[in-house]
Design a protein around this ligand. Structure first.
Ligand SMILES: [Zn+2]
Ligand SMILES: [Zn+2]
Length: 247
């Protein structure tokens, strides 16, 4: 298995990351990554960019340093009802939207709260994936989250960075991988790079997927075509939703 797409990266716009989009793309290219999602933090995280930043991502060229660019966001789940900090009119214009828990935006509660918020976020048609759902600070009922992803045709992220910074993530991520395999739920893999050198860093993810014998067909990041097909699926989902509202 070779991962050629990184669906989780932060640029200097996030306020606590240190490379520009061009530098991140160069890092991606140096590390053998063919496609990179720019997923800066949603506006409610201190230091993160505002609505207009996400609105204007459309001006980016389709590729930089030979690396295809996906316009995305890592939005914040703001309450345990699944509220998201970027309005739908912005989410709908992007290619790939993740949502996740971050402490400056929402303090941890109880397992059933975390689970409900994450399940609600996955039921939001504009949200594609939950970011670092294995974070033990926001422990969830893993099977419930995986089944919600299955029900809504959404994705579970396995985040390489979690193994280093979110202590205790490893066992949760293993459970997510085992249950995604069992229920046939697709995953995305993200480096969560906050500096250009780290784009495409997937050492821990590879090890975990190998350990659980994870099927390659459920890993979207092993080909640009699989991600493109998913983005088309997302667009159709959102299109049919707006048609339902209009008629
Ligand atoms: Zn995050
Ligand atoms: Zn992140």
């Amino acid at each position: 298995m070779r991962i050629v797409v990184d669906t989780h990266t932060h640029t200097i716009a996030s306020g606590h990351a240190y490379s520009t989009i061009q530098e991140m793309a160069k890092g991606a290219s140096d590390n053998g990554i063919e496609m990179m999602a720019v997923t800066d933090h949603g506006p409610d995280l201190p230091g993160a960019p505002g609505f207009l930043y996400f609105h204007n991502l459309k001006i980016l060229p389709p590729s930089i340093h030979g690396v295809r660019i996906i316009r995305g966001v890592e939005a914040n789940i703001m309450d345990f009802e699944g509220a998201i900090d970027l309005p739908e009119r912005f989410l709908g214009k992007l290619d790939f939207c993740m949502a996740g828990y971050h402490e400056p935006c929402l303090k941890p509660g109880k397992v059933h709260d975390h689970t409900r918020g994450m399940v609600r976020a996955l039921s939001n048609p504009y949200i594609d994936a939950v970011s670092h759902p294995g974070n033990p600070k926001y422990q969830v009922d893993i099977e419930e989250v995986v089944l919600a992803a299955k029900e809504h045709g959404k994705l579970i992220e396995i985040n390489n960075h979690s193994f280093a910074v979110r202590t205790g993530s490893e066992e949760n991520c293993r459970q997510f991988a085992i249950l995604c395999k069992r229920h046939g739920v697709r995953i995305v893999t993200g480096s969560d790079a906050h500096f250009s050198d780290s784009v495409g860093e997937f050492g821990k993810v590879y090890r975990l997927l190998e350990e659980v014998g994870f099927p390659e067909e459920l890993v979207l990041n092993t080909s640009v075509q699989k991600i493109d097909a998913y983005i088309r699926e997302r667009k159709e989902r959102i299109h049919s939703l707006t048609e339902r509202i209009l008629f």
